[in-house]
Design a protein around this ligand. Structure first.
Ligand code: ADP
Ligand code: ZN
Length: 288
C-alpha cells in the first residue's frame, strides 16, 4: 500500500511516496513560495499516484484541534502569505482520502517511534534545531496537542553570564529559539553555524542552552528517548557537550537505565535527514 507524505517547511516543501514500512520510494522538493505557487506543485505530484492516505507534517503554529472551525490551517506564522491558510482543506479539494495533519516535529517524533531510533517506545521527544527550534512529544503512545500543540522552542532559559546577544525571537527576544536557533548563531558570530564547526566556544554556549531545555523536557515529560534533528544537530561536539551538561544539571537526581547510557538516550535521528518525511508517512499510516 502506498502513502503520500508532505514535509511542509518554511524554506522548502518535500513531498514523497512511501509504504507502510516507512520506506520512501519517490520524492520531490519545492521552494516554499506563496500558497498559490507552491500548492499546485504539491497537488500535481500526488495526482494518479494511487495513494491510500496523506500525512502532512507542517511548520506552525497550526490548528490541530479537530473540533475547531479552522482545523487544518496554518495560523500565526511570520510567513505572511501562509497566515491563516487552510492547507488541509486545499488538499481535500483534490484528494478524497484520509489525511493526517500535525506539526512537523510531532510527525518526526511519531516517525522515529515507528521506524527510527525510538522504535517500539511510547515516550519520545523530538527536537529540531534549525531555522527555528521546535519539539514534538509522543507521551504514552499519543502525540501531545492540548489546547493547541506544545511550543517547546519558546521556553525561557537562563542566559549565560557572558552572552549579551539580544536574541532573535520576534515575540520574546531571548527565549530558547531566540538565543540558540541557527539564525541566532549566525547573528551572534556573523557566520553560519556550518562555518563555525571548529569554534568550540560557539558549541559550548549552544550546548549550555540546549541542555537546559532538555533538562526541562526530561523533568516534565520523562521521555524514554530524546532525538535531536535539524541542521545545528550535525555538530557532533555540541551533541557531546549537551549530554555532558544534561548529566551534570540533573546531578544524579533521576536514576534510570536510560540516563546511565546517555550516549544512547540523547541522539540524532535514526531516520537521518528523512525524519520529517518518514514522520509524514507515519501520520498518513495512522490516519488510515
Ligand atoms: P530548516 O530548519 O529551515 O528546515 P535546517 O534544519 O537545515 O533547515 O536549519 C537551517 C539552519 O541550521 C541554518 O541557520 C543553518 O545555518 C544551520 N545549519 C545547517 N547545517 C548546519 C551545520 N552543519 N552546523 C551548524 N549549523 C547548521
Ligand atoms: Zn520565542
Amino acid at each position: 500500500m502506498l502513502f503520500g507524505a508532505i514535509e511542509a517547511g518554511g524554506t522548502k516543501f518535500v513531498c514523497g511516496i512511501g509504504d507502510e514500512t516507512g520506506t520512501i520510494i519517490e520524492r520531490v522538493q519545492f521552494e516554499t513560495k506563496s500558497p498559490d505557487e507552491t500548492m499546485p506543485k504539491v497537488i500535481d505530484f500526488f495526482k494518479d499516484k494511487n495513494i491510500a492516505a496523506i500525512g502532512l507534517g507542517c511548520f506552525g503554529p497550526i490548528d490541530v484541534n479537530k473540533e475547531s472551525e479552522t482545523y487544518g490551517s496554518i495560523t500565526s506564522t511570520p510567513k505572511l502569505k501562509w497566515q491563516n491558510y487552510p492547507i488541509l482543506d486545499e488538499l481535500r479539494k483534490h484528494f478524497n482520502i484520509p489525511m493526517g495533519f500535525d506539526t512537523d516535529v510531532n510527525g518526526a517524533a511519531l516517525g522515529e517511534s515507528m521506524y527510527g531510533a525510538a522504535a517500539g517506545l511510547d515516550n519520545v521527544l523530538y527536537i529540531t534545531i534549525g531555522t527555528g527550534i521546535g519539539a514534538g512529544a509522543l507521551v504514552e503512545g499519543k502525540l501531545v496537542h492540548g489546547m493547541l500543540h506544545p511550543e517547546m522552542g519558546h521556553i525561557n532559559v537562563r542566559r549565560h553570564p557572558e552572552d549579551s546577544f539580544k536574541g532573535t525571537c520576534p515575540f520574546h527576544n531571548d527565549c530558547l529559539e531566540g538565543l540558540a536557533a541557527g539564525p541566532a548563531i549566525e547573528q551572534r558570530y556573523n557566520k553560519k553555524g556550518q562555518e563555525l564547526t571548529d569554534s568550540k566556544e560557539v558549541w559550548d554556549l549552544e550546548a549550555y542552552y540546549i541542555a537546559q531545555a532538555l533538562v526541562n523536557y526530561i523533568l516534565i515529560l520523562s521521555p524514554q528517548k530524546i532525538i535531536i534533528g535539524g541542521g545545528v544537530s550535525k555538530q557532533a561536539y555540541m551533541m557531546e557537550q549537551v549530554r555532558k551538561n544534561v548529566t551534570e544539571m540533573l546531578n544524579g537526581y533521576i536514576k534510570t537505565t536510560e540516563l546511565k547510557t546517555i550516549n544512547e538516550y540523547i541522539i540524532n535521528p535514526g531516520l537521518k535527514d528523512d525524519a520529517g518525511l518518514c514522520g509524514a508517512i507515519a501520520l498518513a499510516v495512522k490516519a488510515l
